[in-house]
Design a protein around this ligand. Sequence first.
Ligand code: FES
Length: 91
Amino acid sequence: MSAGRGQETVRIVVDGRELEVAAGVTLAAALLDAGVQMFRRSVRGDPRAPLCGMGICQECRMTIDQVAHRRACLVTVASGMTVSTQGAVSS
Ligand code: FES
């Protein structure tokens, strides 16, 4: 799904960069739709991204609104939300 014509959107900030994403979906879905492919890095530095999409694998953990280790697949995206990949996107 892409935030196309007529699709309601919200603005969020990912690693300091403003993104307009689809509203009414999980943060994980919104980020994937916006082209974000890495959500965090493992302790060894490997890129990680959502796997299960239902709260089990924890591969989508991110810092959301300054709360660490939240699962992006369980959080509905909201206007003004701030997200940190802890360098996964920008590196
Ligand atoms: S994608 Fe598996 S817990 Fe979020």
